[in-house]
Design a protein around this ligand. Structure first.
Ligand SMILES: [Zn+2]
Length: 135
């Protein structure tokens, strides 16, 4: 079996990244019970389309730099497992995770932070190479 990266689904959250961290860090139950995201996997699994299929597994953590430049070394991201109840899966994945929209898949800088740095560079307030932000 090929070890593919988990599918990352961007979700809209009402919270800032700092508020998300404060609410979610240390919890070990489903993100959908903590935040009002407007998603419900009971009716449709995002991987196979099945009913009552996707279930919360756990949180994994990653490094995140939020819009204020605050670094979180253990920012929690919710991970789910598709149990294949919808039959033929459209993609060769079994798990997916829910990524707050401010985050960039597989990169630690948040989108608002990158934009802020680019704005500062544009007005000449700082001297950074944009490529360094995305590395
Ligand atoms: Zn499924």
């Amino acid at each position: 079996m090929i070890n593919l990266p988990t599918i990352q689904i961007l979700i809209y959250i009402k919270e800032t990244l700092a508020q998300y961290y404060a609410k979610v860090k240390g919890k070990n139950y489903d993100l959908l019970q903590i935040l009002d995201i407007g998603l419900d996997f009971r009716t449709v699994c995002p991987i196979c389309g099945g009913k009552n299929c996707a279930r919360f597994i756990k949180y994994y953590t990653r490094g995140v730099i939020d819009e204020n430049g605050t670094y979180y070394k253990d920012f929690p991201i919710a991970r789910y497992l598709c149990e294949g109840r919808g039959g033929q899966s459209k993609v060769p994945h079994k798990t997916f995770s829910l990524l707050p929209y401010q985050l960039v898949p597989y990169a630690k800088h948040s989108v608002p932070f990158i934009i802020k740095m680019l704005e500062l560079k544009h007005i000449g307030a700082i001297d950074v190479k944009a490529s360094r932000l995305c590395g």
